[in-house]
Design a protein around this ligand. Structure first.
Ligand SMILES: *[C@@H]1O[C@H](CO)[C@@H](O)[C@H](O)[C@H]1NC(C)=O
Ligand SMILES: *[C@@H]1O[C@H](CO)[C@@H](O)[C@H](O)[C@H]1NC(C)=O
Ligand SMILES: *[C@@H]1O[C@H](CO)[C@@H](O)[C@H](O)[C@H]1NC(C)=O
Length: 485
């Protein structure tokens, strides 16, 4: 120590040289040995001194080698595991995390009155494989805060985090500590449950942890039932599924008439043939979060459908400003909804000019899709009548919903209804009879015409119709002369 102290007095300004220092092996892990190999030593050296850190002060002095005396002198920073060789290299045995960091070698020349030649080296250990520790691996969704840390706590490494294989998004829900070793998750949700990986990195190595995903506990919100209908057509009665978003999975029970019927997610309603009205309660329980909830589902299979009515999100819309949605309620399963605008003059809604006068809109539902009408047919099909006969015609066209019928004679409206009855007709009832079938749901209308010729004592008028009728009579007359005698 005396030698060193006297030497230190004369070192003033450092000079640089092409001294190189490298670690052998370049990657060293904890518990192994590493040699800090010094190359291109300057000439005429008398001593080398190794320091831990950047400073060449006595407190950080590890060991030195005095060439002339072939002597090693150890200092306050010596741990007992460092060996300096005559060629200036430093062996560190059984390295620990504490050995990482910078080292300085000071080389003193013969007759040098400066600080000598200084060389620096930073020793990094191979990073251990990190693992993620969590303050809570089973947090309750959205309410609990979780702290993740990347372990072991290691010197001279930087920490990086990944979520779902991506770098962390900027979010108020995620907060890194100053050195990035811990990550705080506020109110963990599905988006922030992971999987997380952390990485430790230094200039010589990096290593990544296994992924960790938080097991979010959540539930129970009010469940939903697979079918949102209340009214059903008998053939359409569904199975009911009680749907909940819960982790771990909730237990389901069905209460019907206050009695526990079944512990299952799906409930099969037996075939219903007559009017039926029942309330089903799906009761759910999550034993981990101790959450419970229920939903009540009414099923009505009516003998007759309920009277529909219209609800709106806005009954007082502002002209040209508000969109209005109208809903035909109640919801029915197996029926099709039909809208009528302006008192049954069926115009497809999309063609309407807005705003729609709500007073004029009605709705209803029908079984199966609206269709038709097809061409109507008039029964009976024969056309010749005798004066004094009763004329009885009926008209039918396939249509869903059933068509509305109306009758015309020679283009003039006579009456509505599916049947036309005129007692004791005479030749003045000759003419073209038309039946119109109209489907208010599809907005389509079809007409068929039929000739009615009444033969009688009167000679037909010489109207265009008369001529036709005359021709016909002649035809009949030839075929059955007795009938006209
Ligand atoms: C210095 O000596 C050590 C121990 O004998 C040896 O391993 C190392 O290779 C030497 N360094 C140089 C630069 O020769
Ligand atoms: C290495 O150091 C650890 C403690 O730091 C010690 O338990 C172990 O015995 C040492 N191994 C050798 C080979 O010196
Ligand atoms: C922490 O990580 C951020 C990126 O996520 C990075 O910008 C910052 O430099 C890191 N801080 C430290 C001390 O490593």
């Amino acid at each position: 120590l005396h030698i060193l102290a006297s030497l230190l007095i004369f070192w003033n300004t450092p000079t640089t040289a092409q001294v190189t220092i490298e670690a052998q092996p370049t990657k060293v892990s904890e518990g192994k040995d590493v040699l800090l190999l010094v190359q291109n030593l300057p000439q005429n050296l008398i001593a080398y001194i190794w320091y831990k850190g950047q400073k060449t002060d006595f407190r950080h002095y590890i060991t030195s080698y005095v060439i002339d005396a072939e002597t090693i002198i150890v200092g306050p920073a010596y741990s007992g595991r460092e060996t300096v060789y005559s060629n200036a290299s430093l062996l560190i045995q059984n390295v620990t995390q504490k050995d990482t960091g910078s080292y300085t070698i000071q080389m003193i020349k013969q007759g040098d009155k400066t600080k000598g030649v200084i060389g620096h080296f930073t020793l990094y250990l191979e990073t251990p494989k990190p693992y993620i520790s969590s303050s809570n691996l089973n947090p309750r969704e959205a309410v609990e805060t979780v702290i993740l840390s990347c372990d072991p706590d290691t010197q001279d490494v930087s920490y990086l985090w990944w979520i779902n294989g991506q770098s962390l998004p900027i979010s108020r829900k995620l907060q890194l500590s100053g050195n990035n070793r811990t990550l705080t998750l506020f109110g963990v949700t599905k988006d922030t449950a992971g999987p997380y990986e952390c990485e430790m990195k230094n200039p010589v190595s990096s290593s990544r942890s296994d992924p960790v995903t938080l097991n979010l506990l959540h539930g129970l919100d009010t469940p939903t039932i697979s079918s949102s209908y209340t009214y059903y057509h008998p053939v359409e009665v569904p199975k009911l599924s009680c749907l909940t978003d819960s982790h771990p999975l909730a237990e389901h029970s069905w209460l019907i008439d206050g009695k526990l019927q079944q512990s299952a997610k799906v409930f099969f309603i037996p075939q219903i043939t007559k009017t039926y009205r029942m309330a089903y309660v799906c009761f759910i329980h999550n034993s981990v979060t101790d959450g419970t909830n229920l939903i009540i589902k009414s099923i009505i299979v009516p003998a007759e459908l309920p009277k529909p009515y219209i609800t709106s999100n806005n009954f007082n819309p502002m002209e040209n400003k508000n969109d209005v949605s109208l809903t035909c309620v109640p919801k029915t399963q197996g029926y099709t909804y039909v809208w009528w605008v302006n008192e049954g003059h069926c115009v497809p809604l999309r063609d309407q000019v807005h705003p729609l006068p709500l007073d004029d809109i009605t709705c209803g539902f029908i079984l199966f899709t609206p269709d038709g009408p097809d061409f109507p047919r008039i029964f009976p099909s024969f056309t010749d009548y005798r004066s004094g006969d009763n004329l009885y015609l009926s008209c039918f066209a396939n249509s869903n919903p059933p068509a509305e019928y109306s009758w015309t004679i020679n283009g003039k409206f006579v009456q509505s209804g599916q049947e036309l009855f005129i007692p004791q007709i005479s030749t003045k009832h000759n003419g073209i009879y038309g039946c119109s079938a109209r489907n208010s749901a599809t907005g389509r209308e079809c007409s068929t015409f039929k000739m009615v010729i009444v033969s009688g004592n009167d000679w037909p008028f010489l109207t265009p119709l008369g001529w036709v009728s005359l021709g016909w009579e002649q035809h009949v007359w030839r075929k059955t002369p007795d009938g006209l005698s």
